[in-house]
Design a protein around this ligand. Structure first.
Ligand SMILES: Cc1cc2nc3c(=O)[nH]c(=O)nc-3n(C[C@H](O)[C@H](O)[C@H](O)COP(=O)(O)O)c2cc1C
Length: 292
């Protein structure tokens, strides 16, 4: 494919031209307007909001480092929809993707209309959270289909559906097919993976099951992208990105762009600048075409 974009690292995500493919994922790093502006100031190509819901979640079960791994029991955003409406209005015109979740397809459709009315140009459905005490919606194909179809009818902006990676190729393909059949444009793979960390005394770290992120996820998610490669969906790869080479690996496996979280939580958001610089150098040296 000919790269008509303005720089070697630029990629096209729907109608957006991104200066490079590194997007900050839904997380505490994107919990409100100021935090999102901070991410733009260190060079984020786009930012996905913390998951917005009609039932703000005061629960923050915390996070911990466990060797190379990162473990959390964080809930959804603790900001009300009306506070988010103010934030999104103030961010209008910037490349902000709203990650949204509600318990029913009707409620999610209403929320989708609310964020689009505040200028949001791309939505990500947060149907993948493994830390809410039960399997997320994406694990139930018929429910996944209902949620996607309802939001598709409600808004006409591009819809990404965030999924939880499965170890079965068939399950990954089934989830992605539901998204495609509902005429949503793409998937974001993956959310954190459900896990338990035991302390030396046998009790569960942070008090129970949570979500695992960081370096260990990358080879697993690459396999998930491979599983769905022929389905002709826009794919955002998420999990364990630390270095420029990780970004290139995801693009080579079919991702249009990537999302990152843990590496910025552990090393600080300033790391984004050097990651972008290193990616620019790597693309220059190897003449990789990011627009695959
Ligand atoms: C503390 C923490 C909170 C998170 N909160 C959300 C969230 O609200 N919504 C969501 O879709 N993903 C959430 N995630 C998942 C990340 O967006 C991302 O999918 C995951 O961490 C894998 O990427 P990474 O290995 O680069 O961190 C959270 C991750 C962490 C570590």
């Amino acid at each position: 494919m000919v790269n008509n974009l303005k720089s070697a690292t630029a990629v096209q995500l729907f109608h957006w031209e991104l200066a490079h493919p590194i997007i900050v994922s839904s997380s505490p790093l994107s919990a409100h307007k100021q935090a999102i502006n901070n991410l733009f100031s260190v060079g984020a190509a786009a930012v996905v909001t913390k998951t917005i819901t009609p039932y703000p979640d005061a629960r923050s079960g915390g996070c911990l480092r466990h060797g190379e791994l990162f473990f959390n029991r964080d809930g959804y955003s603790n900001r009300s929809v009306s506070k988010w409406e103010e934030d999104l209005e103030a961010l209008r015109g910037q490349k902000v993707i709203a990650n949204i979740f509600a318990e029913t397809p009707d409620e999610l459709s209403i929320l989708a209309r609310q964020v689009v009315a505040r200028g949001v140009e791309i939505i990500e459905l947060g149907l993948s959270c493994p830390t809410a005490g039960k399997d997320p919606v994406c694990c139930y194909p018929s429910q996944l289909s209902e949620f996607c179809q309802a939001v598709r009818k409600a808004v006409d902006v591009p819809i990404l559906v965030k999924l939880l990676l499965q170890t079965s190729a068939e399950r990954n393909r089934e989830m992605a097919s539901m998204v495609k059949n509902a005429k949503c444009e793409g998937i974001s793979l993956s959310d954190t993976l459900p896990a338990i960390i035991l302390k030396a005394n046998g009790s569960m770290a942070l008090g129970g099951p949570g979500g695992l992120s960081g370096a260990a996820l990358k080879p697993l998610v690459l396999k998930g992208l491979y599983d769905v490669a022929d389905l002709d969906l826009v794919v955002l790869g998420i999990g364990g990105i630390k270095e420029a080479q990780d970004v290139v690996d995801y693009i080579r496996m079919g991702a249009t762009a990537v999302q990152i979280c843990t590496t910025l939580m552990v090393d600080g958001i300033q790391k984004l600048g050097s990651l972008v610089q290193n990616l620019t150098a790597l693309v220059g040296q190897t003449q990789i075409n990011l627009e695959m």
